[in-house]
Design a protein around this ligand. Structure first.
Ligand code: SF4
Length: 257
């Protein structure tokens, strides 16, 4: 499996070249979200480790950047990127070879760790997951690894917001399980004051039914009333992109789009 994949046509980041620091056929993640497109985890863990070679990543990235000009380079892929202990080295390495903005899609679970916050603050864009307004729904939707709690996750996001000078977006996946908690979610989000709120519902193949466009529009309206800057999966424009290797994209997305 290659470490660099895409570019992906992303509704939230534009033309995004992916860097997968996990690179596993089955996901390795600190969550096992009920809507996850990647299926059953190989490992559900909050323990950080090294999974890929940064020298290899650098070689692949140099080749990819010869043929594609992404809007952003994004840490994402087959699990939670912050589980990779060498992510800090990956950031430093990419900064030396490219001026393209750097982003991460994280599930926020390790943001209560100071070392992780200090690493993430070196990025330009952090897209942090928040699907639940309380512990019960957090456990039900995100099914976290042992010792990861809603309280610690929220505290981590809030601490990070205080030190981060880049763009912090909160990504919220709306499904049947949190549909009746939109008001609580808007209050919680307002309290965090992210730069952007990304209103999502699972449109890629997974066992959970997505909400309709009408339902998402209604939800988006509730965030807007609070003065929050929002984008939504149904209405955001996606750029046209051609992946360098279609199979590498399918391995991560289980679909071609
Ligand atoms: S955080 Fe992302 S990769 Fe991990 S289980 Fe949830 S959706 Fe899947």
């Amino acid at each position: 499996m290659k470490t660099v994949y895409g570019p992906v046509s992303s509704w939230r980041l534009g033309k995004s070249l992916g860097v997968d620091l996990i690179c596993s056929k089955e996901k390795i993640c600190s969550f096992d979200c009920i809507y996850c497109q990647l299926g059953e985890p190989l490992k559900k863990t909050a323990r950080r480790n090294n999974f890929v070679s940064i020298d290899e990543m650098k070689k692949e990235l140099l080749i990819a950047l010869q043929t594609t000009t992404p809007d952003v380079i994004t840490f994402s892929g087959t699990g939670e990127p912050t589980l990779a202990e060498n992510m800090d080295l990956a950031i430093k390495t990419i900064r030396k070879i490219s001026n393209v903005p750097l982003a991460v899609l994280t599930n926020s679970s390790l943001m209560n760790r100071e070392d992780v916050r200090n690493m993430l603050r070196k990025l330009d864009i952090v897209v942090a997951k928040l699907d639940a307004p309380n512990e019960e729904i957090f456990q039900r939707i995100n099914q976290p690894a042992d010792n990861i709690t809603f309280k610690k996750t929220i505290e981590g996001i809030k601490k990070f917001k205080k030190i981060f000078t880049g763009k912090l977006a909160l990504q919220i996946m709306f499904i049947g399980d949190n549909l009746w908690h939109v008001d609580e979610m808007t209050r919680l989000t307002k309290n965090i004051e992210p730069d952007e709120v990304q209103i999502n519902t699972p449109l890629r193949p997974c066992p959970i039914k997505p909400l309709t466009e009408k339902q998402l529009k209604h939800i988006e309206g509730k965030f807007k009333i609070k003065g929050l800057n929002t984008i939504s999966v149904y209405t955001s424009k996606k750029p046209k992109t051609t992946p360098l290797d279609k199979m590498e994209l399918i391995k991560r997305r289980r679909t071609e789009v």
